[in-house]
Ligand binder design. Structure first.
Ligand code: COA
Length: 286
């Protein structure tokens, strides 16, 4: 006999878990039994967790990943859709704001973010996927805009993400056909940076995160925000925005940082910007 799905009894604070190791915060969607689909409880908890991590001195990079076999199976059809639709428009809007709110926070996060896609990634999952600055996946991960398969459109930003990251024909095919892409296919089409064998995924993401952790955090923030902002600007507006952004960066210790980096290259000849980052530990000692 088939048992209909029931609401998840897991307490709100357990829907997300995180560990901090060597300046990297590993944040897990933590509803593996439900393939990490996003319920209102998870959305509220995720916002709390990422906001708590954002300004901690012991965190330089945030990695978003999933517990178990899924990254995230998208929105929770029971707790996000059906239960709120039964309650009415107010509940629907509140649930949307809770979900969209943390994705927006993540799109403009102060620190570099990496999606480590370990398994299923569907529909609403494309919101946080795009919100992360970089994305790496396991070869056996599966990406899908499954919405068409249950007769809705890819909402919650998912259509926008497909149109942003894929070329026009691929975005159309992906959204209209409801067929999944494997990890290597997702990488070839630009949904993620790289796809690697599952057993190598954490090591590769750790390597990238550690490299980022060694760079100047203020410059990284200005850089990632610049890349997101200029996508929607004319060339002239982008040029002007970048002047202003660099000048704002100068107020975050930018002059001293740049002076030190330039000294290490021109005077001390201890590094070459073309081959790696300057030693920022020297900056703290001065
Ligand atoms: N919403 C609500 N519940 C979900 C869910 C979702 N998006 N994705 C998975 N679940 C639940 C299942 O209902 C099941 O719950 P139960 O144990 O109470 O029956 C549990 O998670 C395990 O899912 P199951 O389908 O048995 O796992 P699977 O490994 O065989 O298949 C998927 C995994 C991801 C292919 C399948 O769960 C699926 O298609 N999910 C929906 C994906 C989707 O369309 N998301 C887009 C939403 S916008």
């Amino acid at each position: 006999m088939v048992t209909p799905s029931q609401p998840d009894p897991r307490p709100e604070e357990e829907t997300v878990r995180y560990v901090i190791e060597d300046q990297v915060a590993w944040v897990y969607f933590n509803r593996p039994d439900k393939r990490n689909c996003m319920s209102p409880k998870l959305n509220r908890q995720m916002k709390r967790v990422i906001e708590e991590l954002e300004f901690r001195d012991d965190v330089a990079v945030l990695v978003l990943t999933g517990e178990g076999a899924a990254w995230s199976a998208g929105m929770d059809l029971l707790e996000y859709f059906r239960m709120n639709e039964d309650k009415g428009l107010g509940a629907i809007r509140q649930a949307q704001r809770e979900a969209y709110g943390w994705w927006e926070r993540l799109r403009w996060y102060e620190k570099p973010t990496i999606a480590m896609v370990n398994g299923w990634c569907f529909g609403g999952g494309y919101g946080p996927l795009f919100a992360c600055d970089l994305a790496f996946c396991a070869d056996d991960a599966q990406f899908g805009l499954s919405e068409i398969n249950w007769a809705i459109l890819p909402g919650g930003g998912a259509s926008k993400v497909a149109a942003e990251l894929l070329n026009f024909r691929d975005a159309m095919y992906h959204a209209m056909m409801g067929e999944n892409l494997s990890g290597p296919e997702a990488a070839a089409k630009g949904l993620v940076n790289e796809s690697v064998p599952a057993g190598e995924l954490k090591a590769r993401v750790t390597e990238v995160a550690q490299k980022l952790a060694k760079k100047d955090g203020h410059a990284l923030r200005a850089t990632k925000w610049a890349i997101r902002r200029v996508r929607e600007m004319t060339y002239d507006n982008a040029e002007d925005y970048l002047i202003r952004a660099q000048e704002a960066l100068n107020d975050f210790g930018g002059w001293a940082t740049r002076k030190e980096a330039t000294k290490q290259f021109l005077d001390q000849k201890t590094f070459k910007p073309g081959l790696g980052a300057f030693d920022k530990s020297k900056l703290k000692q001065d």
